[in-house]
Ligand binder design. Structure first.
Ligand code: GLN
Length: 448
């Protein structure tokens, strides 16, 4: 804990990954643990971790990087957080993010811009950008992120760390402040595949407080590691992910990673995810619709910021929300409300729900031919802060990450080298059938 706090002190002025640092509290816990002595039954005994600031931590400010939750202090722990504490982890900070997890660069935080530790002129990716930057800067041993459409994998790829979005339902979402409830998943962001396995092991499993968490056995993720080669593994390469639009430096690094998989004995086969062109439209309709509904609870009455000058109730709602939410969040509430409104529901929301099911079938067909899918996480490496001003341009970079969320499948980003031109990290994405995390982790570890 002392080493991490020192590292935070040395790097935070440049990186700005954390909204809250829990220095004293963390030190006190560490001292008590030192006194108690080691506990072999607690797999994360004394390990300093950071949480994305939309995960409820009892008694700790939890802002979602939004002015509307500026002074929100939850009186309970998210289930994932309480499981980590039970395993002995020490929470040392809460990480910056895009407001309500809406974004891909952490430029939508209401507080400040987190920088990429590899090059502080560049973004760390988003929306879990603070979580990725804190791990990459060596401020902690692991961080939690959440992924609705790529928010773990994107910043992991941009910052050169491991990020895993588990199968929908693998980890309880209780205490995760919802963005798109049918898409959101919590996951580990770590420096190695083994660390990701350790953290996932602790968090996975059914929780009666989240009816969408699934009641199936949690495998031993650590036991799955340590394979010597990839013989017997078939990797599908979707042609829609390996064509046009991919930056050359990304393509070169990724092709080298695929060649390495082949050299390790994996068989690669071409597969097709034919609906990829429709994934962005489908995702943004569903995510915005769910967001507009989830965010209706922030009305100035029960949580967060309240405008005290309004005389009528309706004006109080309107001004509290206008003052409390940033531009991107307001844009999404408006669009989400629109696609759900009567007369447009069938044309947009319902249509998107149907395409979503077809997209899932695309994956099922692909997984008849292969064990895992490999492709890019993003078309580019980390871009410069302020480079993407058009929100649509920002939405488009999610093209390779959102399908896993729409289909509910696990996906991970594994660092596979630096791009030749930008000298920034490139991430390889692995995706698998539902609950194939053990297989994914073991293949990823073999490639490390
Ligand atoms: N960039 C996507 C969005 O803004 C994904 C965000 C996320 O996964 N939370 O919706």
């Amino acid at each position: 804990v002392t080493a991490c706090l020192d590292r935070i002190k040395a790097t935070e002025p440049q990186v700005k990954a954390l909204i809250t640092v829990l220095g004293e509290e963390a030190l006190k816990q560490a001292e008590a643990m030192d006194e108690a002595g080691p506990r072999a039954d607690k797999p994360l005994w004394g390990v300093p971790l950071v949480l994305k600031d939309l995960l409820a931590a009892k008694g700790t400010r939890t802002t979602c990087a939004s002015k509307i939750l500026d002074d929100f202090v939850p009186f309970y722990d998210a289930t994932a957080v309480s499981k980590l504490r039970d395993a002995g982890a020490i929470i040392i900070g809460k990480a910056n993010m895009d407001e309500f997890a809406m974004g891909s660069s952490t430029e939508n935080s209401a507080y400040f811009q987190t920088r990429n530790p590899w090059d502080t002129d560049r973004v760390p990716g988003g929306s879990s950008g603070g979580s990725a930057a804190t791990v990459a800067a060596g401020q902690c041993f692991a961080a939690l992120g959440t992924d609705t459409g790529g928010s773990i994998r994107t910043p992991a790829s941009f910052c050169g760390i491991v990020g895993l979005k588990p199968t929908y339902g693998r980890i309880s979402r209780f205490g995760l402040i919802a963005y798109g409830s049918s898409l959101d998943q919590i996951g580990p962001m770590t420096r190695s595949v083994e660390d990701a396995a350790r953290v996932l092991q602790v968090m996975a499993g059914h929780d009666p407080k989240d009816s969408t968490s699934v009641e199936i056995e949690v495998p031993d993720y650590l036991a799955a590691l340590g394979r010597e080669n990839l013989e017997g593994v078939t990797i599908g390469l979707p042609k829609e992910y390996w064509g046009e639009g991919l930056d050359e430096e990304v393509e070169v690094s990724l092709k080298a990673a695929v060649a390495k998989m082949e050299a390790l004995g994996a068989k690669t086969v071409p597969v097709s995810l034919g609906l990829t062109d429709y994934a962005i439209a489908t995702y943004y309709i569903i995510a915005m619709a769910e967001a507009s509904s989830n965010l209706s609870r922030f009305d100035g009455v029960r949580f967060g910021h309240r405008n005290t000058e309004a005389e009528e109730l309706i004006d109080m709602y309107t001004s509290s929300r206008t003052e409390g939410f940033g531009d991107e969040v307001q844009r999404r509430i408006i669009m989400g409300t629109y696609v759900l409104s009567s007369g447009y529901y069938d044309a947009y929301y319902n249509k998107a729900a149907k395409v979503r099911r077809l997209l899932r079938e695309d994956f099922e067909k692909a997984f008849e031919q292969c064990d895992l899918i490999a492709g890019p996480v993003l078309p580019t490496t980390a871009f410069k802060v302020g480079d993407k001003v058009d929100p649509l341009q920002m939405y488009l970079i999610d093209i390779f990450t959102i399908s896993a969320n729409l289909a509910g499948l696990p996906g991970m980003s594994l660092p596979v080298g630096l791009g030749k031109t930008s000298a920034m990290p490139v991430g390889l994405q692995l995706m698998g059938p539902a609950f194939s995390e053990a297989e994914m982790l073991s293949v990823a570890e073999c490639l490390e």
